[in-house]
Design a protein around this ligand. Structure first.
Ligand code: GLU
Length: 273
């Protein structure tokens, strides 16, 4: 009797089809299109990618996010995220995507999905001009500030394993730590460091010795298993690349007449229509 009951239960479960854990998540694309609003996680403290000052947001990522929303035909609603908050807020469904100087890594791929790369930059260090630190080798035994939840610490470990890393909560805390003397150098992505120095109003007081440790692709982070949503985002990015909008945005932030002229050699990977 007991065996019969178990057999019947197994047959019943099989007839029910999908197990509850395999239930399909609601489509993020459908939800966004139906509501007409896309919630986008962006930085508020990472010039020139995402800045918020006096309630106004600006930066390369803000422009990319705005162009993306327009191409999807919806209104963007921006939500500030620190480096450490990007994945938790996305996984919790508080934002539909994250456009926040975010490196696509294989470790992060285990928790979230990524669009095609839409930019690239890489970790570097910033010091005070008079620090005497001329490159990564000099970091041995010195305190170096890094923002929590960023790829920076892992990259630094490859070139300066003897550096003593001091984690600060967010990118906005890097320069204050350097100014307070808590650390002797700070590390983040190269263009962010230049942006922070510029925004401080006394960029001449700082140096970025050593260049980028490595080049890392920036991706737009998306929830896992939302293929239609990722396709829509990728299509919009590729269209921006093809019709020149990406180049106009890049020129506005990094071109010769911009605040932060830089040699950008990135090419967005496109696939045929
Ligand atoms: N691109 C790096 C990262 O995603 C550092 C910059 C940042 O944290 O925003 O971790």
């Amino acid at each position: 009797m007991r065996i019969l009951t178990i057999c019947l239960f197994v047959l019943f479960c099989a007839a029910c089809g999908d197990r509850p854990s395999a239930a399909k998540a609601p489509s993020v694309l459908d939800g966004v299109l139906a509501s007409g609003v896309v919630r986008i996680g962006v930085k508020a403290d990472s010039p020139p990618f995402g800045v918020e000052r006096n309630g106004v947001r600006y930066g390369f990522d803000i422009d990319i996010a705005q162009a993306l929303a327009r191409r999807l035909g919806v209104e963007p609603e921006f939500v500030s995220v620190t480096s450490a908050e990007r994945i938790p807020k996305l996984v919790a469904g508080e934002v539909h995507l994250v456009v926040a100087s975010m490196t696509q890594t294989r470790a992060r791929e285990r928790q979230v999905d990524f669009s095609v790369a839409y930019f690239e930059d890489g970790p570097a260090i910033l010091t005070k001009c008079d620090s005497g630190i001329e490159g990564y080798v000099a970091l041995g035994g010195r305190r170096v500030g890094v923002a929590a939840g960023s790829t920076t610490a892992a990259a630094l470990a490859t070139v300066a394993p003897e550096a003593m890393l001091v984690e600060v909560p967010a990118i906005k805390d890097l320069l204050p730590a350097l100014e307070a003397g808590t650390v002797e150098a700070v590390a983040s992505d190269y263009l962010i460091l230049l942006g922070l120095a510029k925004a401080s109003g006394h960029a001449d007081a700082y140096a970025v010795p050593g260049g980028r440790i490595v080049s890392e692709p920036y991706g737009i982070a998306l929830p896992q298993d939302q293929s239609a949503w990722r396709d829509a985002v990728n299509s919009a990015l590729m269209a921006m690349w093809e019709d020149g909008e990406w180049a106009r945005i890049c020129d506005a932030w990094f071109g010769p007449a911009s605040n932060l002229p830089a040699d950008i050699r990135f090419a967005l990977p496109t696939i045929p229509r």
